[in-house]
Ligand binder design. Structure first.
Ligand code: S3P
Length: 429
């Protein structure tokens, strides 16, 4: 179990590029694999989660070539995947297992999906239940609610599903199944989760309608291969945004970041806290909004965070918690129960870690209250095997009064293999 010890910094300065967006990278492989023709992907994130998706599709007969710069996927068409001859291992990736389970539900073959010790504890009922309504036959541990899941796919019927939670993984899983279903599949959610699937389905020519009530996919339409350029991941940029905001004398330009409005909750939150953040050169690439983000040190204040911004910032709460620990006054987070079923329980993990550094944190069922402080102590904190806990605590170390050791940091490779060298590059002493 490897660890890192990080000392405080005098400033965070320079210009960086963060790796490609994880969500978009997953979807580019999945749609490329079932489209007709050769899909090319630039800016693909070669993190462990996306490699799990790549391996799964290779195991289903898809030719995927990576020359180090560009990924080339030779699509097999909607009905061209072949039965994998072994279990598909999704590693730590919730997006891989939940989306692929939807896609496999539409295949006329048998498959089994599983993952690592963390993924095997995460809830799968949220996709198994609606996919079963569509006609999929899925069994798994604990009454079909935990992986491994065994899928006997084929013969799906469109459904009208109102998801009780805002989740792009649930929505996208049903959309992928919907490509194979008879008739239309409609998915609605309490408030909009990331809409990368909607954008990419459209890009690949799927029959799709999006309105305020959700998304509607018509089954049986072939997709056409595309050239996809993946922007930098705002979830990775968020750690550097917070690093620059809380460290004195900082000015950091993060180039080429995806700023899809369904993902920019973190910018709205940090700006509401008083963060000096500017979006420059806003443009559109492969149907996704992109910008450069300029961040300067700021005096932050505590705020209330709840409602529709929560799904728009769902992966950024560990970083937001670090910002809150340095803000003046109280930050209240509510409506964020989903954080309890991420790679780890992120409410408890952040509360335990921040308390170790002397911060007053109160946990509630669906959020937390964090009282900011000018003093953050040094010490040892643990990632709980969760990449985003590891990275957020590493950022906290930049302003702590003594070094912070973060243990179990191997997980960072799931989404951001170059995180530590990049942090070292911009954090000056
Ligand atoms: C993702 C959706 C979100 C997010 C995850 C990636 C996606 O999960 O937390 O990191 O790519 O669809 P939920 O759908 O469970 O909220």
């Amino acid at each position: 179990m490897n660890s890192i010890t990080i000392k405080s910094a005098d400033s965070v300065k320079g210009e960086i590029v963060v790796p490609g967006d994880k969500s978009i990278s997953h979807r580019s492989i999945m749609l490329g694999a079932i489209a007709n023709g050769v899909t090319t992907v630039r800016g693909f994130l070669r993190g462990e989660d996306n490699m799990s998706t790549m391996h799964a599709f290779r195991a289903m007969g898809v030719d995927i070539d990576d020359d180090g710069e560009m990924i080339k996927i030779t699509g097999r068409g909607l009905y061209g995947l072949k039965e994998p001859d072994d279990v598909l291992d999704c590693g730590n990736s919730g997006t891989t297992i939940r989306l692929i389970t939807g896609l496999l539900s539409g295949q006329s073959f048998f498959s089994v999906v599983t993952g690592d010790q963390y993924l095997r504890k995460r809830p799968m009922k949220r996709v198994v239940e609606p996919l079963t309504l569509m006609g999929a036959k899925i069994c798994g541990r604990n009454g079909g609610t935990l992986a491994p899941l065994a899928i006997n796919g084929g013969s799906l019927k469109g459904v009208n599903y109102n998801s009780p939670v805002s989740s792009a993984q649930i929505k996208s899983s049903l959309m992928l199944a919907g490509l194979y279903a008879e008739g239309e599949t409609t998915v609605s959610e309490p408030s909009l989760s990331r809409d990368h699937s909607e954008r990419m389905f459209r890009h690949f020519g799927a029959s799709l309608k999006v309105n305020d009530n959700g998304v509607k996919v018509r089954g049986g339409f072939e997709l056409t291969a595309q050239a996809v350029t993946v922007p930098g991941d705002i979830s990775s940029a968020a750690f550097f945004m917070v690093a620059a905001l809380i460290t004195p004398n900082s000015e950091l330009l993060i180039k080429n970041v995806g700023v899809n409005p369904s993902r920019t909750g973190v910018i709205d939150i940090l700006k509401a806290m008083g963060g000096n953040i500017e979006l420059l050169d806003e443009r559109e690439v492969s149907g996704e909004p992109v910008a450069d983000i300029l961040v300067r040190s700021s005096r932050l204040k505590g705020i209330m965070i709840s409602g529709t911004v929560v799904p728009r910032a769902i992966d950024e709460f560990p970083a937001v918690c670090v910002a809150a620990s340095r803000a003046e006054g109280l930050t209240t987070i509510r409506d964020a129960k989903e954080l309890r079923v991420k790679e780890t329980d992120r409410i408890t993990a952040m509360a335990v870690n921040l308390r170790r550094l002397g911060i007053d944190v109160v946990e509630t069922e669906d959020g937390m209250d964090i009282t900011g402080s000018e003093q953050l102590l040094g010490g040892t904190v643990d990632s709980s095997g969760d990449h985003r806990i590891a990275m957020s605590m590493s950022v906290a170390a930049l302003v702590a009064s003594a070094p912070i050791t973060v243990t179990d940091i191997g997980c960072v490779a799931t989404s951001f293999p170059t995180f530590f060298p990049l942090l070292e590059k911009v954090a000056a002493k």
